[in-house]
Every structure is written in C-alpha cells, then in structure tokens.
Design a protein around this ligand. Sequence first.
Ligand SMILES: [Zn+2]
Length: 254
Amino acid sequence: MAYSIMLDAGHGGQDPGAVYKGRQEKDDNLKLALAVGKILEDNGINVSYTRTTDVYQTPFEKAQLANQAGVDYFISFHRNSSSKDNQYNGVEVLVYDKSGIKYQMAENIVGALGELGFREIGVKERPGLVVLRRTKMPALLIETGFINSDEDNKLFDEKFDQIARSIAEAILGTLDQETVEEPLYYRVQTGSFRKRENADRMLYQLLEKGYPAFLLHENGLYKVQTGAYQQIGNAVNMEQRLRDDGYSTVIVTR
Ligand SMILES: [Zn+2]
C-alpha cells in the first residue's frame, strides 16, 4: 500500500516565523520540507505539500488542507527559537500525545537527527498546537534545531542533505515497521510442556483427530496450539470443539 503524506513548511508569506540575523525560519522550513519530500517521493510515497512557495497560511488552513486531502500522515517542519540568542540548541519533535505510530516516528526522527550531531531534546506532547490538534491523521511537528543557535545553524547548513535523508529514512523506517507488523491472531492452546515428547504426543493426537494443530517453542516451553484465527469467534468455536473432546484450552494472542 502506498502511503500519502502531506508535508508542511511552517509559516510563510507575511509570517516569517522566527528570525535570526536576517535568516527567516519560513525559508529553512520550505527548503527542508521540499528536500525530504523529494526523497519520500523517490521511495514511493504520495507526497503533497501545504505550500511549495512563499505564501501565507494560518495553521488552521494548513490542517484543513491535510484533512481535505485525506492523507495518512501530516508532518510540519519548523525551527525552534529561544528568547536569548545561543541560549539553547537541539532537536525536538512535537506530537498531540505520546501514543501510536506518530510517537514511534517522532522518536525515530529525534534519534536520527541526534546521530548527525544535534542535541536530542526529545519528543514532547503539545496538544494545543492547531496543526497537531485539528489534523485528523497522525501528525508530527519537527523542530530541526534552534534558528538562533549558531551551532544548530552550522549543522543545518553543513549537513543539510544528510538531515533531509535522515528524516526521510526515519519516516520510511517507521512505516516499514508498521507494514510488517503481523495481524493479531487468536490461537487456541491445548497444552504447554517443558518436554518436547509430551508436546509431540498431544500434537500427533490432535492431528490424527483432524485438528489444525501445530507446535510452538516459546520461552523454553513447547506449546501445542490449534488454529490461528483473526476472528475471535472462530477461536471460540474451536475452543468449544476441543473442550467437548476433553481438552482443557486457553485462547492466546500472538
Ligand atoms: Zn515555527
């Protein structure tokens, strides 16, 4: 399945975002959003943007664009700022709450940027932010260093291509994990044994009777299970059949 992601270059137009020594956050945000988007597109993601030029949008309009497009993810690019110049440095990723795949993705992005030399401030919950609150899909806001930190700007400029690649790879890596994640199965377990021969005895007995039994070696135990079902109702039916047949059973998920 191809994922769709909307990238948002924070601020724009009459809203420059944070400014430091003539450097405007909106420009850094756009440059990075476009660079990350290019890599994501090359990797089969359907990428869209809230803006590709220097135009103004309210945060609410940005969230609306994502909702109207019905994308799977929304990722907003920003740079941080502190009240005093060169007071702070480091990267953080903001999320509505620390749950689900967006949180995992946020952690992966922070870690990837940390490997490039940024201080890892971490992942923070910011439920009040409009682009996180009003978007209907998992949403992240990446603060790629402080714009009023000379140290962070040096990293941003000198390692720009690596930064774009690292963020894109963290996103893609998180999506891969989700894709390979196995669906939940309900399995009916009829026995759990330390000795393999005891498990085998039960397994062969069940197979002889026509049950779809199999053996699982897990945490030092040989487990005999019968059937793997995505619908719990099917597992319950199998459990009933086995109990009628004299087995004691338990339904496990794995
Ligand atoms: Zn900003």
